[in-house]
Design a protein around this ligand. Structure first.
Ligand code: G3P
Length: 319
């Protein structure tokens, strides 16, 4: 009998969402995504001490004006070092995230993205293997527009609304990551309604985005992310890509059975959907009107930043 993971792969490209290099080989994912929280978690593990020590040692051969510059450099190089290892395991893309504290600064985001790409290229990893992850703020999306125009592919992350998704697609984003589980978390915490696999608001958000993109023939890849259970994944079978944690990959791998395709270009193109026009003021207005999306976007940036600061603290302790 086929595993649910193998069955899912017939409809969607499966991506591993982790910094834990060793945990994903057996699932043969196409791509891999990381974020500052996942890199921080991986660095805590003894398994990656050698990689950590190598990055620290390499930084010592460079000159820095201040200790903070060295710490920032090491934090970037660590994310890239994990990314390089991941490119050896997956055949496709590896996503590396730009610092969250740049989420409201277009120019600084562009500059950091270019630095990351240069570092990868200097290590022999071509830019066509890397996606630069940038939060779906208005400023982040403007950075994506500039980077895509210069041949740097981006993964717009922390997508909680159709408004963000359409703005990313209009900016020419290569890929977006609409979050599922964090939307469910918000509705569970803020309403008395019961949610299950039949009315999961995170799944509904991805369906809406996917249908819109396919209806209007956007090339931007929809990669659903942030899952709380395997039913959320199963209900999105057919989405272009699904990025899944090692523990849920394991669950899908252990469960047997053929899945049904839930999303398809053909089905989406037949649905009546009104066109959405997004400009800066309408983007800010709709995001502000959407309590869940504004809260989760802001919180997501805070959480990624918090873990990046924790990573920098760990680095400082080692210097
Ligand atoms: O790829 C996004 C993902 O890592 C976020 O997942 O579980 O922290 O909501 P989660």
């Amino acid at each position: 009998m086929i595993s649910q993971l193998e069955s899912l792969k017939k409809f969607s490209s499966v991506v591993a969402d982790t910094g834990d290099i060793d945990s994903i080989q057996k699932f043969s994912p196409d791509d891999c995504t990381t974020n500052p929280s996942l890199i921080f978690k991986a660095v805590q593990s003894n398994k990656y001490k050698k990689l950590f020590d190598e990055v620290l040692a390499n930084s010592k051969s460079r000159k820095f004006n201040q200790l903070n510059d060295q710490v920032d450099y090491i934090a970037d190089q660590l994310a890239i070092a994990f990314g390089i290892q991941l490119t050896k395991i997956v055949p496709g893309y590896v996503s590396t995230e730009v610092d969250s504290d740049l989420s409201f600064n277009t120019e600084a985001t562009v500059e950091k993205a270019k630095q990351i790409i240069n570092s990868y290229e200097q290590s022999g990893v071509p830019r066509n293997r890397i996606l630069i992850k940038i939060a779906g703020t208005w400023e982040g999306i403007q950075a994506v527009k500039k980077l895509e125009a210069e041949g740097i592919s981006c993964n717009c992350t922390l997508i909680f609304s159709i408004t963000q998704a359409v703005a990313c697609a209009e900016a020419g984003a290569f890929l977006i990551s609409p979050f599922v589980g964090r939307i469910l978390d918000w509705f569970k915490a803020n309403s008395s309604k019961d949610y299950d696999a039949t009315n999961d608001p995170g799944v509904e958000s991805v369906e809406k985005i996917y249908n819109y993109f396919k209806k209007y023939n956007y090339n931007t890849i929809v990669m659903a992310a942030s899952f709380r259970n395997k039913e959320e994944i199963i209900n999105l079978a057919g989405c272009d890509k699904l990025t899944i944690s090692p523990s849920l990959l394991e669950e899908l791998n252990k469960s047997e059975g053929e899945l049904d395709q839930k999303l398809s270009q053909n089905q989406s193109s037949q649905i009546d959907i009104d066109r959405i026009n997004v400009n800066e003021s309408s983007f800010r207005w709709h995001l502000n009107e959407n309590q869940m999306a504004s809260f989760k976007l802001a919180e997501g940036i805070r959480l990624f930043n918090k873990d990046l600061l924790k990573l920098k603290e760990t680095i400082r302790e080692q210097l």
